[in-house]
Design a protein around this ligand. Structure first.
Ligand code: MLT
Length: 428
């Protein structure tokens, strides 16, 4: 017998079905709440609201579990590749050899972008933040592929948009950086793998020979896997809600990039390094800043510690910490900012104040460190996050569409003025 939950209000009882997921998490289905009782629910930030049923990513914040399509993140980070994980997220299963080769081939084939996109790029001032440039160029794809404006296209056409997005995003990301540097853009090199091609487009200069360091490329691939999806976070919910209006997939992904940009979401890894640099500029005393973080009256906040849903540890942070240690050792990086990071990490992990409040270094803390060690400039960190999150956004957009989800339209509790008469200007 299916379970239900009862609600009593003003002497009347109402009964609502309880939906149980495959990992036994339960939700009260309140779709008929307003129609039956006149009530709505109020949950600012939707922290307690299930916006959808999804079969893509499972996350248990209490146990520190993260799985894509049932596969443990630890296994995927160790054994898979970013393109294989992208396929898994978007199509639901790990690809066969043939499926993987076709998928990679298609993506490699579409890395080049329309030459006119360069004109749009050239219109940006060089101090434009690369996230703004990236979201604009992704949205501009609606103009170059106007068929994408029809949400009811056939699967083949939808698939082509998906391939284009994964193929062209590294080109746009690298070009956003080139614009900032005032360097000429590099065209894709389709003889390289996904991450090596991106690194070459980003770092190569016409005047010098550039060889991609395989350590850097492998580390980047792992980072992208770890960021590939995280169920209904802010940017993913944005992609789903924009897509629910039947806007083009490019417009939906562009909106997701903008949502990711904020320092409370993907921008956190940039904030971590900015915080470490500020600590260094102030003498490099990590202990002083830990004390400031504990002081309720001090506005200083530690960036990159704790997480909204992980209450004990973030499984991605564990993997990234090890990867960061390996990369720092392999590349022989010597950087005082990273020394401060290590000191903060060590002190916080052993300080009862931080232990009691579950303020452990999170994925943004370590990804900031590793990106810096890889030579990625600070304001490109969030762009790297966007590169990684892309297949997750696509998978969630596709699922939303295939499930025929209705347009997202939350309600509100109105707290403004009651009805009043218009007052002419000379009487105000
Ligand atoms: C993410 O990966 O999207 C972040 O950890 C934020 C979140 O899940 O809320």
């Amino acid at each position: 017998m299916s379970e239900s939950a009862k609600l009593s209000f003003k002497g009347q009882d109402y009964e609502f079905p309880v939906i149980t997921g495959t990992e036994n998490e339960s939700a009260i289905d309140i779709a008929k709440l307003r129609a039956s009782s006149g009530l709505i629910t109020l949950d600012p930030g939707y922290k307690n609201t299930g916006a959808t049923k999804s079969a893509i990513t499972f996350l248990d914040g209490e146990e520190g579990i993260l799985r894509y399509r049932g596969y443990r993140i630890e296994d995927l980070a160790e054994k898979s590749t970013f393109l294989e994980v992208s396929y898994l997220l978007i199509y639901g299963e790990l690809p066969t050899q043939v499926q993987y080769e076709n998928f990679s081939k298609e993506i490699t084939h579409h890395t080049l972008v329309h030459e006119d996109i360069k004109k749009i790029l050239e219109g940006f001032p060089s101090n434009a933040h690369p996230m703004g440039v990236l979201s604009s160029l992704i949205c501009a794809l609606t103009a170059f592929y106007p068929d994408s404006l029809n949400p009811n296209r056939n699967e083949e056409e939808i698939n082509m948009s998906i391939i284009r997005l994964i193929a062209k995003m590294p080109t746009f990301a690298a070009w956003a950086y080139k614009n900032e540097m005032g360097h000429p853009v590099n065209y894709p090199d389709n003889s390289l793998d996904y991450c090596s091609n991106f690194l070459k487009m980003m770092f190569a200069l016409p005047a010098e020979k550039y060889d991609v360091d395989p350590v850097v490329s492998a580390a980047l691939d792992k980072l992208l896997i770890l960021h590939a999806d995280h169920e209904q976070n802010c940017s993913t919910s944005t992609v789903r809600i924009v897509g629910s209006s039947q806007a083009s997939i490019y417009a939906s992904i562009s909106a997701g990039i903008n949502a990711l940009w904020g320092p409370l979401h993907g921008g956190a890894n940039q904030s971590v390094i900015e915080m470490l640099e500020a600590i260094k500029a102030d003498g490099g005393d990590a202990k002083k800043y830990l004390d400031k973080a504990k002081d309720k009256n001090d506005p200083f906040r530690l960036m990159g510690f704790g997480h909204r849903v992980y209450k004990n540890f973030d499984p991605r942070a564990k993997i990234i910490k090890k990867a960061a240690d390996d990369v720092l050792e392999k590349l022989g990086v010597n950087d005082p900012v990273l020394d401060i990071a290590k000191e903060l990490e060590h002190a916080a992990l052993n300080d009862q104040y931080f232990i009691d409040r579950q303020l452990y270094p999170n994925v943004d803390f370590y990804s900031g460190i590793i990106y810096r060690a890889l030579g990625i400039p600070t304001d490109m960190f969030t762009v790297m996050f966007a590169l990684g999150r892309l297949p997750g956004w696509i998978a969630q957009w596709k699922e939303m569409r295939e499930n025929g989800e209705p347009i997202g339209r939350p309600r509100q509790v109105y707290t403004g003025e009651n009805e009043r008469d218009y007052v002419s200007m000379n009487k105000r």
